[in-house]
Design a protein around this ligand. Structure first.
Ligand code: CP
Length: 333
């Protein structure tokens, strides 16, 4: 049904297409990006475009009286604050914690109990947790929708949504692009969500990493059956062909042995000389925070999109919250 509605919405004249009568995000958990299909992405991107052009008075009504619970068991800057800013932008509010030591988790309260308490105070639960599977578990425990804001080394689905939205906005398409993903492909959870999101489209993906940080075998096997992927050791091998250069941080905190981290620290660095070898139309992305992978001198280059990417995150998350909270939204301004 939603496919039909989105198809209609995308093909109708603009004046008639501003209303999403139904949406597949309503009351839905966002645990894994694998649960979304291409229609979901296209509908979400359409909603993101539309919500950003609504007048403030109308936008503020969408989330009026609604509350987000933010349960962050790991540090965050972009995800936590963009969710909060997104909720404020649609007239709602947020409660929760950015530091589990500041709440009763410190006294030994379980994740299940914390979720059950916070769902009584709010309409959606946003969870970041160091354990794989934590978001799925929380979604099973909770009667309110749960959004995975990063679970262990496993997934970060809303990051992938905003990554794809950035590519769409900046390149106008995803199909047919050469997308190089560089760095820690083993422990970086954004990489897994991004790859499964890209697999709903038709890009060529270059995976660039040292051997010890290659994408996990089971994911590679699965993804190779879904889209065109090649593996590389050096950025030099792919930089001239790339349309998108997606850098990632080496995830120091997830290495079992600090000496292993030292072997790969600083292995890939983008600077102005890297851009000289690339297409003029290349865009450089990064989920951030960076830890030396992109030199500050690149920030003023026309290819730099990583700050814009983070800023798109606020609008996209506002659209996602709006769709989860409201079965019907009138996007007419
Ligand atoms: N990209 C991202 O998840 O950033 P934070 O860890 O700051 O939320």
């Amino acid at each position: 049904m939603f496919e039909l509605l989105v198809a209609k919405l995308l093909s109708r004249p603009a004046a008639q297409s501003c209303r999403l009568l139904k949406n597949r995000f309503y009351n839905r958990d966002i645990v894994s990006i694998k649960d979304l299909d291409r229609y979901d992405f296209e509908g979400l991107f359409e909603a993101t475009d539309r919500i950003s052009s609504l007048p403030l008075s109308k936008k503020q009504k969408i989330g009026e009286g609604r509350v987000l619970s933010m349960l962050f068991y790991e540090p965050s800057t972009r995800t936590i604050f963009s969710f909060e800013a997104a909720m404020l932008s649609i007239g709602g509010s947020s409660i929760g914690f950015a530091d589990p030591h500041s709440v009763s988790v410190e006294k030994g309260e379980s994740l299940a109990d914390t979720v059950k308490i916070l769902e009584g105070y709010s309409d959606i639960i946003i969870l970041r947790h160091p354990s794989d599977g934590a978001a799925r578990f929380a979604a099973e425990v909770a009667s309110k929708p749960v959004i995975n804001a990063g679970s262990g080394t496993e997934e970060h689905p809303t990051q992938a949504m905003l990554d794809l939205y950035t590519v769409m906005k900046e390149k106008g398409k995803i199909d047919g692009l050469n997308i190089a993903i560089v760095g820690d492909l083993k422990y970086g959870r954004t990489v897994y969500s991004l790859l499964y999101a890209l697999a709903r489209f038709e890009p060529q993906v270059f995976l660039v990493s040292p051997p010890q940080l290659r994408i996990r075998e089971e994911a590679l096997y699965d993804l190779e059956n879904r889209m065109k992927i090649s593996q590389h050791r050096s950025m030099e091998e792919v930089i001239s062909a790339a349309d998108v250069l997606y850098m990632t941080r080496i995830q120091r905190e997830r290495f079992p042995d600090p000496q292993e981290y030292e072997k790969v620290r600083g292995i890939y660095v983008v600077d102005r000389s890297t851009l000289d070898k690339a297409k003029d139309s290349l865009i450089v992305m990064h989920p951030l925070p960076r830890a030396g992978e992109i030199k500050a001198e690149v920030d003023s280059a026309p290819q730099a999109r990583y700050f814009q990417q983070a800023h798109y995150g606020k609008t996209l998350r506002a659209a996602l919250i709006a769709l989860i909270l409201n079965e019907d939204i009138d996007f007419r301004s």
